[in-house]
Design a binder for this molecule. Structure first.
Ligand SMILES: C[S@@+](CC[C@H](N)C(=O)[O-])C[C@H]1O[C@@H](n2cnc3c(N)ncnc32)[C@H](O)[C@@H]1O
Length: 257
């Protein structure tokens, strides 16, 4: 698989992948004008925030008593759905001020607050769950990043990471980039895939950060609730991103007691 993969590469917007190794993107907190644009962008993703939120709620058993920290929350959609679905207490954070401001004005309210925080500067917390969606691939030091997130958890708490998978079937990468009409977006997508970890790499990272348990799951194995709740989206979806069953993975890491 590995050898075959290194031969299959894609080029878009001047970036050529080399999927045989991790090529880092700059670890970027999105700020300034880019932050404002990002907060207002029209998202063409069909693997929607509410689908991922449902996956999180079911897998972690999140409920109204849960205390949840989201890191790298962008403009707050996922946190909003988690709050709506469970009534859990949510603190959602991002390093980008403009994103936090946009999230606060759209979704801030009772039981859900947005704060500016660089995840690497996080202090000790007592959260039940830490969520990190579509962002782990930015981190230049994955072992340290897991430790940074662990500090936010109480003992026995869990981290839920949803991210791209570099070792997925290259055809799924090709399909996704071809669907993207704007070159700059496709380039960003390819860079992100190339910066992402393989499940094997993620397991070594977990061992290096003294995790006792790491579970690897491909997220699009819908539960009945997810299918039922999202039937309409699934039927009218033209991108069919939800069929890309190996392009993303979920990693659930438990903090040692
Ligand atoms: C690709 S976006 C994903 C945003 C959101 N999770 C989503 O799924 O839409 C990555 C986010 O990570 C944030 N970020 C990157 N490095 C960070 C860091 N060290 N601390 C906090 N946020 C960071 C960026 O500001 C950006 O909002």
């Amino acid at each position: 698989m590995k050898e075959e993969q290194s031969l299959v590469n894609y080029e878009r917007g001047g970036f050529r992948t080399d999927l045989s190794k991790r090529i880092l993107e700059p670890e970027e907190i999105i700020t300034g004008e880019e932050g404002e644009k990002y907060a207002n962008r029209k998202d063409d993703r069909t693997l929607t925030y509410s689908m991922v939120a449902r996956d999180i709620v079911e897998r972690l058993g999140m409920n109204e008593r849960s205390r949840v920290m989201e890191v790298c929350c962008g403009s707050g959609q996922l946190a909003h759905f988690l709050r709506e679905m469970t009534g859990a207490y949510i603190v959602a954070t991002d390093g980008g001020k403009e994103l936090v401001d946009a999230a606060t004005s759209k979704y801030g309210g009772e039981g859900i607050e947005f704060r500016q925080l660089d995840v690497h500067g996080a202090t000790d917390g007592d959260f039940d769950f830490v969520i990190c969606k579509d962002s782990f691939h930015h981190f230049t030091d994955p072992v340290q990043s897991i430790k940074d997130m662990f500090r936010l958890l109480k003992d026995g708490g869990k981290i839920y990471i949803f991210d791209l998978v570099r070792s997925c079937d290259p055809e799924q990468i090709d399909y996704r980039q071809k669907v993207m009409q704007i070159d700059a977006e496709a380039k960003r997508f390819l860079q992100s895939v190339n910066a992402s970890l393989t499940p094997e790499e993620m397991k070594s990272v977990a061992i290096g950060s003294a995790v006792i348990d790491v579970e690897v799951i491909y997220p699009m194995q819908y539960s009945e609730d997810n299918i039922e709740e999202h039937k309409e989206i699934i039927e009218r979806d033209s991108t069919k991103e939800y069929l890309l069953d190996k392009l993303f993975a979920v990693y659930i890491l438990t903090k040692k007691i």
